[in-house]
Design a protein around this ligand. Structure first.
Ligand code: 2AM
Ligand code: CA
Length: 270
């Protein structure tokens, strides 16, 4: 199943890269839940490629994919949780930073996760109990979270929810506080790849409100298997349907400090 998922992420990634070459900036999208929640033809094509391949290979498995899921997270023994294109806003505007996200959950717990950046050809994968790995240029190496132990020396990443134009609970207060207590906050536009960066030790932590299971399932396993820690804002262990996420290198001086900073920023506003 691991090599099946890796091959599938590569095929979907190649399809996205092809669409990205052809696309005309700012002309090729429609909107979904809000004016900043975008959908392109590439989302739909990648979704079809991935879901058809899984149906053919594992007809008894269930699939929960961003562009074809209807309703809440199903309870299933084997559930593939898919984001066929993570970073659609980047993609639609031609920013070269987006990925494919494929996870397999067993009774609701991710046991396999693959996150692929088709432009850099960095492929991150993790399997429960087998560590987290980066494949690139025909080579593979284990990845680990960073050892930086203080928030004040940490580089972070975040993103803003799709209802940010209308909902005052839009992550700007948290962003303001954490930008001033860290080495800075990146906002790259792909939760999946930012989580992979935490796993690989490129950045110390990532936080985000109101992610969907497909944004974070593979990244949760990558960070866990790379030695990090993933919780909700209140410190409870993260689950597929959690409303909030903090993923870090697990250092208390980073993780606990982020939880405290978020709590203080939210208390000042709400
Ligand atoms: P997407 O590109 O697949 O839509 C940006 O902060 C991150 O949040 C991206 O990974 C983006 O995924 C995700 N995102 C955007 N809109 C979202 C929504 N309505 N629900 C959940 N996640 C969303
Ligand atoms: Ca998506």
């Amino acid at each position: 199943m691991r090599e099946f998922a890796i091959d599938l992420a590569r095929r979907a990634g190649a399809l996205l890269a092809e669409y990205h070459q052809r696309a005309v900036a700012g002309h090729d999208f429609s909107t979904k839940s809000s004016p900043v929640d975008l959908l392109t033809a590439a989302d739909v094509a990648s979704d079809a490629l991935i879901t058809e391949a899984i149906h053919a290979a594992f007809p008894e498995h269930s699939i929960y994919s961003e562009e074809s899921a209807t309703g809440p997270l199903p309870a299933a023994e084997w559930l593939w949780v898919i984001d066929p294109l993570d970073g659609t806003s980047n993609f639609a505007h031609r920013v070269p930073f987006f990925g494919v996200n494929i996870a397999l959950a067993h009774y609701g717990m991710p046991v396999l996760g693959v996150t692929y950046d088709p432009l850099s050809e960095q492929l991150f994968w993790a399997e429960q109990g087998h560590g987290a790995w980066l494949r690139q240029n025909g080579r593979e190496r284990p990845i680990h979270v960073s050892t930086i132990a203080e928030l004040s020396r940490s580089l972070l990443a975040t993103g803003f929810p799709a209802d940010r134009r209308t909902n005052p609970d839009n992550n700007l207060a948290e962003f303001n506080a954490l930008e001033r207590r860290s080495h800075g906050v990146r906002r790259q536009g792909s939760a999946a790849l930012e989580l992979a960066w935490v796993a690989a030790g490129f950045i110390e932590a990532f936080w985000h409100p109101r992610l969907k299971p497909w944004d974070a399932a593979a990244g949760w396993l990558l960070v866990q298997e790379a030695g990090g820690c993933v919780t909700e804002y209140d410190g409870r262990p993260w689950r597929l349907d959690s409303p909030t996420m903090v993923a870090s290198n697990g250092q208390p001086g980073v993780h606990e400090a982020i939880l405290e900073t978020i709590a203080a920023a939210r208390k000042a506003i709400f």
